[in-house]
Design a protein around this ligand. Structure first.
Ligand SMILES: [Zn+2]
Length: 246
């Protein structure tokens, strides 16, 4: 592989023989394991300690090239001199941290009291970016649970939602991925998730509709099979969205 990049410190120090970029090394590992690395996949299992810092340098170098291609004078424009480094850090450690960092620790507990009444948590703020334009998707999410064998603390739902949404997404898939993660963590008898979000690719560009939002939902287990339970879930969320700011 003969990539030419101006700054050689973005190459992996442990890989002098092949002289591969760290992104190429990580990509090869994922391919060899047969896994996907789509924009909304978490790839933290394939990043070794210390490699994220090297990746940060590589991404910064690429963003700098992007700015140069946009004919921005990154050498003399004091506003953009460190933009490449800032954008790289922001992508890897903030807005797309759900791709590069492990899931936050969530401890689940046995449902000793056999709780089986449904409850809802929300609104939980969710922040993402569309996979098509990499511009923000900002919204709120409500999660409904009919407990199964395990329970997790209420704040953990917000942590897991933040981790899942902090990736480039399309909203329909984000909701499914969040549902998969919550099912893994607490194995509920029933699960419902509603997301309402505004898409900046509709607000800021394209049709430029400032107030349009998208709502979608997923229901699983008992919420799917039991119509009255499903209705109870949607009713609770309706009350929750009307009673903010206690
Ligand atoms: Zn878009």
């Amino acid at each position: 592989m003969t990539s030419t990049l101006p700054n050689d410190n973005i190459r992996n120090f442990d890989d002098q023989i092949t002289n591969k970029l760290i992104s190429e090394i990580i990509r090869d590992r994922i391919k060899n394991s047969g896994k996907r690395f789509s924009a909304n996949d978490n790839i933290s299992d394939f990043i070794n300690p210390g490699e994220l810092e090297i990746l940060e340098k590589e991404v910064a170098s690429r963003v700098k090239d992007l700015l140069k291609s946009l004919v921005i004078d990154v050498e003399n424009d004091h506003n953009t001199q460190e933009t490449a480094e800032r954008v790289s850090k922001m992508y890897l450690n903030e807005v797309f941290k759900g791709r590069y960092h492990e899931q936050p620790k969530v401890t689940s507990f046995p449902n000793d009291k056999n709780l089986d009444e449904i409850y809802t948590v929300g609104p939980i703020s969710v922040r993402s970016a569309c996979s098509h334009h990499l511009v923000p998707i900002l919204g709120e999410c409500w999660i409904g649970i009919k407990p199964g064998n395990k329970v997790i603390g209420l704040s953990k739902f917000a942590r897991v939602a933040d981790w899942v949404f902090s990736r480039p997404h399309i909203q329909e898939e984000a909701v499914m991925i969040l549902a998969d993660e919550i099912e893994k963590l607490c194995e509920p008898k029933g699960l419902g998730i509603i997301v309402k979000a505004q898409h900046y690719c509709m607000k800021w560009r394209g049709v430029k509709e400032p107030n349009t939002s998208m709502i979608n939902s997923v229901v699983r287990g008992d919420f799917r099979h039991d119509l009255s339970l499903k209705q109870e879930f949607f009713e609770l969320v309706k009350q929750q969205s009307a009673t903010n700011n206690y």
